[in-house]
Ligand binder design. Sequence first.
Ligand SMILES: Nc1ncnc2c1ncn2[C@@H]1O[C@H](COP(=O)(O)OP(=O)(O)O)[C@@H](O)[C@H]1O
Ligand SMILES: [Mg+2]
Length: 345
Amino acid sequence: MITTQQKTRKSSQQYTVSSQKLRPKRTLKRTLKKPAAAPKQTPQKKSSQKQVSQKQVSQKQALQKQSSKKQVLKKQSPQKQSSKKQSLQKQALKKQSLQKKQKNSAKKPLSKSSAKKSLSTIPVLSVQNLRKSFTIANNKPSHILRGLNLVAYKGETIAIMGRSGSGKSTLISIITGLEKPDDGMVTIDEENIAAMEENELTAFRAKKIAIVFQQFHLISHLNALENVTLPLNLIGEKEGITERAEAALTQLGLAHVKAQLPSQLSGGEQQRLAIARSLVVKPSILLADEPTGNLDQETSQKVVAQLFDVVKKNNVTLIIATHDLELAKKCRSRYFLEKGILRSF
Ligand SMILES: Nc1ncnc2c1ncn2[C@@H]1O[C@H](COP(=O)(O)OP(=O)(O)O)[C@@H](O)[C@H]1O
Ligand SMILES: [Mg+2]
């Protein structure tokens, strides 16, 4: 890269060279005028004048040679000249297009690979120093979560992996408010749910927190549309309920099965129905506990694709507990739950 200082230095060097080239021409003009004005000359002066005039003549001849050479060059190689011109034009065009590209890239939205940098700075979830132990009968308490911390931003997708029994489901249950922690804070949209009363928590969860389980947990005697309408009824929504439920079904590609009971749907369709039901209230956060655990690989891939699509469209924060590394790779952030805390990987 050329800095501005280097550029100035370079151009001043060029200037010096060109001025040196021009200097003999100017000296010659001046010296040629002077003798014409001199009236009397001594012999010595005459001879020196002769020498000067000889010098002048030779200088003049040299200059004439130079200029004639230039003319010859001009005449002889028009292709050379034009090709030089063309290459200069090409360089200028390249420079222009590069500058345009740089300008455009500054305006363009960030690409998928650079999406990491553009993550929202609004924290939707903040988990601080979370502790949870279980004691069975007279056994020693087993410390499942030991001062766990986690922050999730708006629209962020997070995968939580870890061996069976490491505490993934326990963490999800505490974040959704289904289980109480022994200690620590769980803040969703700036409200500490760990400190909420049961009634307050139920109302808050219905509006803000969506949950999808491995077992779909659909209401078996309600059809697909009614299953999706239910959460809207629970939060007391009155207007446009059917339209909103239908729109959610359409987003998950289930409009054509809206009148069917869960038992009349495939595993993949049932999980997509569970996703539609969880997102219809436009929650702040969606928690999914092994959402593909009951599906075959092909169906799982389809469900995951639709899940990520709908999460992106709704700009929802997603936290998935999963054993599936391929699924985890689709998430922006990945954590491994071990010894009661999360480590990023
Ligand atoms: N309600 C409970 N009572 C007693 N132990 C529990 C309870 N829930 C979970 N555990 C224990 O906590 C540990 C973590 O379980 P879990 O969170 O389901 O792990 P993961 O989802 O990672 O497989 C397990 O050893 C499990 O037996
Ligand atoms: Mg689990």
